[in-house]
Write a protein that binds this ligand. Sequence first.
Ligand code: C2E
Ligand code: CA
Ligand code: CA
Length: 391
Amino acid sequence: MSLKLYILDDDEQYATLLSEVASNIGWDVITEHNPVSFLQNKIEKEGVLVLDLNMPEMDGIEVIRALAEKQLKLLLILVSGFDARVLHSAQQLAEAHQFKVLASLTKPMSIQEFAETLNTIKPKLLSKKTIKTTQTSNTVTMAELDLAIHHNQLLLHYQPQIDMQTGSLHGVEALVRWQHPEHGLIYPDKFINLAEQSGLIEPLTEEVIRIAVQQSQQWKKEGINPDISINVSAENITSLSLPEQLKKLTDQHAIDPEKITLEITESAVMGDLTSSLDVLNRLRMKGFALSIDDFGTGYSSLTHLYKMPFTELKIDQSFVMHILEDSEAMVIVKICIMLGQMLGMKLVAEGVETQAIWDELKILGCDIAQGYFMAKPMSAETLLQWINNNQ
Ligand code: C2E
Ligand code: CA
Ligand code: CA
């Protein structure tokens, strides 16, 4: 497969230079100096665009917008002579338009740096990993979801959370899946929103909690006793009876509430403050642990965080994944860790995908790590094997 590499830069000399470098290492290159004519020409759907952000007639940001309107999801390499923050913010914008940004390079960059960037991306392209963005979305209906909740079609997968000091299993996060009779296994990003909007999130969460508590009891019999984290939505924590319901259920199954952590996203907490505070405080008083999920992505207010009885802070994976190549992501992770430590909260990093990220987080003083580097979410049976293999 030969992929096109488009180079769009108003500086002709510079563009020619980049074009020569790329051709030499086997790319099929098309060079353009004028964004307007670039956009008028035929652009292939699958290709890479080296985009200069500062051009006189139309800047790179406008080009990104125009490509988005034409639904041309090229893979981007952003180039700019501005400072790194501009580049970073342009990258965020491109990603908001659903573009994949392969690299952001500051001008003047060395030829070597450019060639290296191209060389690292080519294998990825050939494996088509980064290109596959459109998945046939099997839309599900409210009636189907309702049925699923009440007819045992929901199941939980469990992802290990590892204590960074000891390397041992600290707990698991329960993640819901839907075993659909026709569509197969459906992931939560396809139905949690629907549940939240259609009033089905209450029965869904009840079902998830029921499965999790039962599983916890089962694990006890099998001789393992991991803590278990359960995701709850905004609507769930305004339901004033949640603490009592949950306590009743754990009592019935002889589960210690301390073993259960409820993960609540930041934006959920910021909704109805009075009810949330009521529910969170009573959950905490009954012994349940509380985690603030996706921390850093929502509309956090430090005062709210201070007022709420959270025991754990979960740093969002969008930062954790990038700490090694994105200095701003690193700053955010460091601040989260410092904040958590000062407020006496347990720190969990999610999205730990490599050994290098693990090592760095350990140095930074993070307590618990969760991510593909250690283990993906898995069924309860697989988890048991995983634990036996990893002791
Ligand atoms: P979340 O709470 O942030 O959960 C973490 C998600 O990241 C999971 O996706 C997990 O499989 C994935 N993940 C874990 N480690 C890595 C990693 O190293 N790299 C990458 N790229 N991803 C990783 P999943 O299972 O698809 O869940 C998506 C979201 O759906 C969850 O995000 C959570 O917000 C929601 N969700 C899942 N189960 C429930 C539930 O029972 N109730 C509610 N209300 N929401 C749920
Ligand atoms: Ca979570
Ligand atoms: Ca998250």
